[in-house]
Ligand binder design. Structure first.
Ligand SMILES: Cc1cc2nc3c(=O)[nH]c(=O)nc-3n(C[C@H](O)[C@H](O)[C@H](O)COP(=O)(O)O)c2cc1C
Length: 180
């Protein structure tokens, strides 16, 4: 059994993280969801907590149950950190080392492999700033960016690049990282 930290960002695709959590738990893994505050506009902590069978961490106020900061504790326990979906904003924070919330703080404290599954509008993805941040992250040791899809209907109504890869691919990538 491995410990998977599932980072969830503010994207329409955030609901798919619930499916990923459910599948990993059914496969016998320990799953902890760490959401950005914006992610909770898209998916409820109740859903993620129930499916992951663990409390959801979002703000530093969620961390008052123990003297060890939860984001540090989880970072130390992680076998893999998977960001599903990864927003342009969180990728920028990760690339630049900003840590304004529990997820980005955990990212800096983490030394386990990092899987990043971006999802966003095509123009957001192809913007030079996002592309630069993606390149910075992809070049880091034990970091892998999977997706986004090259084509498909986006939630914003546009057709093109930016969709989150399928839940099947996400689960496969996480399992492959756990047992290469
Ligand atoms: C309806 C809606 C959908 C959004 N979808 C995305 C998305 O798929 N990807 C993305 O990078 N940002 C998306 N955004 C913008 C992010 O929510 C915004 O940049 C936010 O600051 C991200 O915060 P986070 O990185 O802390 O989760 C969306 C915003 C709205 C209102």
């Amino acid at each position: 059994m491995a410990t998977v930290i599932l980072g969830v960002c503010g994207s329409i695709a955030a609901y798919k993280a619930a499916d990923v959590a459910s599948r990993l738990v059914k496969l016998g893994h320990e799953v902890h969801c760490v959401c950005t505050p914006t992610a909770l506009q898209f998916v409820t902590p109740l859903t993620l907590m129930t499916l992951s069978r663990n409390p959801v961490i979002t703000t530093f106020e969620d961390e008052t149950g123990s003297w060890v900061p939860v984001h540090i504790d989880l970072a130390q326990k992680a076998d893999v950190l998977a960001i599903v979906p990864a927003s342009a904003n969180t990728m920028a924070c990760m690339a630049q080392g900003f840590a304004p919330n529990a997820l980005t703080s955990l990212y800096l404290a983490n030394r386990a492999p990092v899987l990043i599954f971006p999802a966003m509008n095509g123009n957001m993805w192809t913007h030079p700033a996002t592309q630069k941040n993606a390149a910075i992250l992809a070049a880091r040791e034990h970091h892998r960016i999977v997706g986004p899809e090259d084509s498909g209907m986006l939630a914003c109504g546009a057709e093109g690049q930016g969709r989150l890869v399928s839940v099947d691919v996400i689960v496969e990538e996480i399992l492959h990282t756990l047992t290469p």
